[in-house]
Design a protein around this ligand. Structure first.
Ligand SMILES: [Zn+2]
Length: 488
């Protein structure tokens, strides 16, 4: 969106004799080639200016969107971005707008359509963002957009050129509750038009006011490509689900930055009037009149998040060790040491699952996978964007969201543990970092950097070893946790 121009000095390059030019073509345009006395941060500030600090000159009445009256009058309203798209208006006039973002802002009482014009400023918006809008005029929506049913009012702002309007992003002051009640929602009542994802896909989409409530399952990478018409485009696919079906939601253009703010198996989207494309598939999109409420405050959303969390507990490839749930120190120093067998634990947990246990197990390792996991590049692992990630390294980047990740030791390293009453596969255990250190004699870094010879040695050295294991069980965690290990 930002114009690609450099500072004016860079146009006055010293003349280079043409012979020299042909002899030594610069392979890349490096920063030092255009050195013109400006630092990179100064150039960055000129190319991507942030919106100026703003002091209102008049009094702006803070108003709920539902109470807005069309006509002139300085008003301030707060709401969340529930949809937006980009409209380019290329112009050679130096002061003209380069384009606008057409966005829908919603609070608990209504929604407003807004054109946010820009010249130089890159507005970094995303779905769910809390914003304050200052505007001197609100009008009835343009006749062409009458389809936008709950956003019948409209305003147009150009903060860079017009000092009477402003858009303030409230990211820091956002405590995650304001303007999150869905329109028309009343506690304990089913929201009008809300249906299960399966019902929507199987015909419910024909309803004009259809709503679905879905949880983010996984987030794909951002894909840039050139369309058949030669235009640059970008899209990102987000897999979503509820308890009845799965679907793929495709976001385009500036909306692509939104999923970076979402968490898999946690973020809930209430989508009002979703688009459905393709034949008989489950491909969702956002139409211009679609609203997306991110993590809405409503009982159905809390239920769906709980449901998603229960599912991931079973599926996470390397569930993080629950810090602060068990008192490891106390367990280690305790005078009373209760020795359990695997059969005991099974029996106790079935009888009283809500009880929290800390105790001891005497286990023998009967299967180890150091060398085989090493060969498959799977010594360490974690999960991001709903995708399991394996590597023989402690850090890596998520291919989807490009976040830097820290990997933990793959629990499948220890394949099988037994005692005289039963066996437990290591995938069902959550090891603490201390317990791994006590078993392996090295940290995750040490394991990642280990030679093949060392891994083969560990495979042999630890096999059939007897371990005194301090374990913890809690229903919230849902798996047996290894707090400490002593080799006996
Ligand atoms: Zn990720």
């Amino acid at each position: 969106m930002a114009p690609q121009i450099t500072s004016i000095q860079s146009f006055f390059q010293p003349e280079v004799p043409s012979a020299q030019k042909t002899q030594k073509p610069a392979p890349h345009h490096r920063a030092s080639d255009t050195s013109d006395g400006f630092t990179s941060s100064e150039i960055e500030a000129a190319l991507h200016p942030v919106l100026h600090k703003w002091q209102p000159r008049a009094t702006y009445n803070q108003t709920d969107i539902g109470d807005l009256v069309p006509g002139p009058g300085c008003v301030m309203l707060m709401g969340r971005v529930v949809n937006f798209h980009h409209i380019a208006t290329p112009s050679n006039m130096p002061k003209a707008a380069k384009g606008c973002l057409k966005l829908t802002v919603k609070d608990d009482t209504g929604a407003l359509t807004m054109k946010l014009w820009y010249a130089m400023v890159d507005y970094d918006l995303h779905l769910g963002l809390l914003v304050s809008v200052y505007t001197p005029h609100v009008s009835n929506a343009e006749s062409s957009s009458l389809t936008v049913q709950d956003a019948s009012l409209f305003t147009s702002v150009f903060p860079e050129r017009d000092n009477s309007c402003y858009l303030m992003v409230q990211e820091r002051s956002d405590e995650g509750v304001m303007c999150k009640t869905p329109l028309g929602y009343r506690d304990g009542k089913q929201l009008d038009g809300l249906m299960a994802l399966r019902s929507f896909l199987e015909g419910g989409h024909e309803l004009a006011q259809a709503k679905i409530l879905v949880c983010v399952k996984s987030i794909g990478g951002r894909k840039k490509f050139v369309t058949k018409k030669g235009k640059e485009a970008e899209k990102v696919d987000v897999n979503v689900f509820d308890d009845t079906a799965d679907a793929k939601l495709t976001l385009w253009g500036p909306l692509c930055s939104s999923p970076a703010h979402w968490k898999t198996s946690y973020t809930i989207l209430l989508i009002t009037r979703p688009g459905l494309y393709g034949d008989g598939g489950s491909l969702l999109s956002l139409r211009n009149d679609t609203h997306v409420d991110v993590d809405p405050c409503m009982t159905d959303a809390y239920w769906l998040r709980g449901h998603a969390q229960r599912l991931t507990k079973r599926e996470h490839v390397n569930q993080p060790f629950p810090e602060g749930v068990f008192d490891v120190e106390e367990a280690a120093e305790s005078q009373v040491r209760i020795l359990f067998t695997l059969a005991d634990i099974d029996e106790f947990v079935r009888a009283a699952p809500a009880e929290r246990y800390v105790g001891y197990l005497s286990l023998t390792i009967v299967e180890l996978n150091f060398y085989s996991l090493y060969q498959r590049n799977m010594l360490l692992c974690t999960e991001c964007c709903g995708v399991p990630i394996f590597a023989n390294a402690v850090t890596t980047k998520c291919k989807q969201c490009e976040k830097d990740l820290v990997l933990r030791i793959n629990p499948r390293l220890v394949g099988l543990l037994i005692d005289e009453t039963g066996a437990i596969t290591s995938g069902k255990l959550i090891w603490s970092d201390d317990a791994w250190q006590q078993l392996l004699g090295r940290s995750a870094e040490g394991l990642a950097g280990a030679s093949v010879a060392l891994l083969k040695y560990l495979d042999n050295r630890l096999l059939f070893l007897k371990l005194a294991v301090t374990f913890g069980w809690s229903e919230d965690v849902g798996k047996l946790c290894v707090l400490r290990v002593t080799i006996v």
